[in-house]
Design a protein around this ligand. Structure first.
Ligand code: NAG
Ligand code: NAG
Ligand code: NAG
Length: 265
């Protein structure tokens, strides 16, 4: 091969490499974004979308409105439209809870036009928990005791709510953004469902949460489980054609329901 041609091949290779590296930076890989919901997979839904709940929230609501026990499900970054999340909500509602899945992103869920690290700056779960106060006040005024089930982003939301007197119990499924310090401040029975292959909140970190909870002088109730051979997102963004994935998601739901049955009176 003439050397000039070899030079241009090398240059081309260099350009391609730089380009790929740049693309990787823009679309950084995060397990928070794996298996995005397929909005076309929406089947029959038992509930309905309500506008203008207190706090200005739209929400998917399902289950008996007269129930004295309410579950607020806090979504992952893809928001309250996700068909599989609504299916979970319907199943929770079918066991007797009034279920509310608020649109905490006010119509602006994550999409891949942005980096997650950019989007999160204006969609903080900590701020969202503060802004949700009117919604929780309303549920309590209706005479309901309230539990929160949070997935990924919603796991941090749930941890924040567990620091308030607005709720009675929380379940965090493959949470993101949760810290050991959060475990020192939660006030209510907390269940954390982690995943062996979770790179967002890896098992070692979940064990640190457990350690912090066990060292609490005030002995709050907790339950920790790490699901083997599944990754972050397994409880609410799973491959419905994969029996192993379906089984694990169903088990996560069963654990969440058990925890609510035990502590939501
Ligand atoms: C994606 O998000 C951006 C800003 O967050 C928004 O302006 C845009 O409309 C969204 N795109 C879609 C297809 O929803
Ligand atoms: C989980 O990790 C194990 C061991 O590294 C690997 O064999 C398996 O394919 C992974 N599964 C998923 C769902 O990521
Ligand atoms: C979902 O699972 C099925 C069955 O295991 C598999 O054939 C398919 O490739 C999976 N889909 C995705 C998107 O991983």
């Amino acid at each position: 091969m003439p050397s000039a041609m070899m030079g241009s091949t090398a240059l081309l290779f260099l350009i391609v490499t730089v380009h790929v590296a740049a693309a990787a930076t823009v679309h950084e890989h995060s397990q928070c974004l794996d298996n995005p919901p397929d909005l076309l997979q929406r089947g029959v839904e038992a509930g309905k979308v309500e506008d203008n709940l207190p706090g200005g929230f739209r929400a998917y609501v399902t289950g008996p409105p007269s129930s004295k026990r309410a579950v607020v499900l806090a979504s992952d970054v893809y928001g309250f439209e996700a068909p599989l999340l609504r299916k979970i909500a319907d199943k929770v509602g079918a066991t007797g809870y009034y279920v509310v899945v608020p649109d905490f992103f006010h119509g602006d869920p994550y999409n891949d036009s942005k980096k997650l690290s950019e989007w999160i700056k204006t969609h903080s779960p900590v701020t969202a928990a503060q802004d949700a106060k009117p919604l929780f006040d309303y549920l309590r005024r209706e005479g309901k005791s309230v539990g929160v089930g949070g997935y990924c982003w919603g796991g941090k939301f749930a941890a924040e709510m567990a620091k308030t007197d607005d709720i009675k119990v929380v379940v965090l499924s493959h949470p993101a953004y949760v810290t050991v310090n959060d475990m020192k401040e939660v006030k209510w029975p907390i269940e954390i469902l982690g995943a062996q292959n979770d790179t967002i909140t890896p098992p070692e970190q979940v064990r640190q949460f457990e350690q912090a909870l066990s060292e609490r002088k005030d002995k709050i109730e907790y339950f920790i489980k790490i699901f083997p051979r599944v990754a972050h997102g397994f409880a609410c963004r799973y491959n419905t054609s994969d029996p192993f994935a379906v089984k694990n998601a169903e088990q996560a739901l069963a654990y969440m329901l058990d925890w609510f049955h035990k502590y939501l009176k």
